[in-house]
Design a protein around this ligand. Structure first.
Ligand code: DGL
Length: 266
């Protein structure tokens, strides 16, 4: 049975991989961290499309049966292109505006995401469709992804970045904050501690895992429920560095370098 392929600009998609693993214990999961090219957030859209296509081609060369774009920024920039190029199911992320509007009591909602996501046409369309009467405050978070990529999950620098980005949202009185980048749930506890217990955090990772299950079921692609699935990890960056970070985020795993196969743009 083929595996499910999952990619992100780096280790952020691990927050989605955790949800997929919890829901689908029998599936093999292949994870590609495009760490050499992280962060995607501040890069031009054309660059993110090019990288997303390369990541998909790499996973296709490993004969995956479906691809999860575990990255809000790559979804916003590239999901249309990926769906036009690939025939297999592609499941993607987007910031949870709809669930946040449903969950908020005072209608004041903050969105933490990358500048790429927040400036995308896809995000504007999402706001238009679902924000209704809610007051939505967007906050880009430069530097945060870089800290997480370095495995600095508890550093003073991470703490001060979080404080800086949460301050305007808390001053505006948000009762709900959307984690609109897959890296951010990896520091969810730190965000919750700064925001306080009255603020609810919205992460679409669990909904995306359920969508993966639904789509695989529709295509009759679910793995038969016997053996436990395995995970394999690749990075376009330094395997030793990825190994170090993944040890904190997932456990002791082997990380292979992303080497493009001939004729495959990697
Ligand atoms: N984890 C990604 C996202 O969900 C991208 C972060 C980045 O590379 O800037 O948006």
């Amino acid at each position: 049975m083929a595996a499910i392929g999952v990619f992100d600009s780096g280790v952020g998609g691990i927050s989605v991989l955790r949800e997929i693993r919890a829901l689908l214990p029998h599936e093999d999961l292949y994870y590609l961290a495009d760490s050499r090219h992280a962060p995607y957030g501040p890069k031009p859209e054309s660059y993110i499309v090019e990288r997303s296509v390369a990541c998909c081609e790499f996973l296709l060369a490993h004969e995956v049966k479906a691809i999860v774009v575990a990255c809000n920024t790559a979804t916003a920039a590239a999901v249309k292109t990926l769906r036009a190029r690939c025939t297999l199911p592609i499941i993607a992320m987007e910031p949870g505006i709809k669930p946040a509007v449903a969950a908020s009591r005072n209608g004041i909602i903050g969105v933490l995401a990358t500048s790429g996501t927040l400036s995308s046409a896809r995000f504007s369309a999402l706001l238009q469709q679902y924000s209704g009467a809610a007051h939505i405050i967007t906050q880009p978070c430069p530097g945060l992804v870089e800290q997480i990529e370095q495995g600095e999950l508890h550093s003073p620098r991470l703490q001060s970045l979080l404080q800086r980005y949460l301050a305007p949202l808390l001053e505006a009185g948000v009762d709900t904050i959307i984690l609109g980048c897959t890296h951010y749930p990896l520091v969810r506890a730190q965000i919750q501690a700064l925001a306080g217990p009255a603020v609810q955090l919205i992460d679409t990772g669990p909904a995306v895992a359920r969508q993966v299950q639904r789509v695989l079921r529709e295509h009759h692609l679910l793995a038969p429920g016997e053996a436990n699935g395995v995970e394999r990890f690749w990075t376009s960056g330094e395997p030793a560095q990825a190994h170090e970070v993944l040890r904190q985020l997932w456990g002791e795993v082997e990380v292979a370098p992303m080497v493009a196969s001939p004729g495959n743009a990697g």
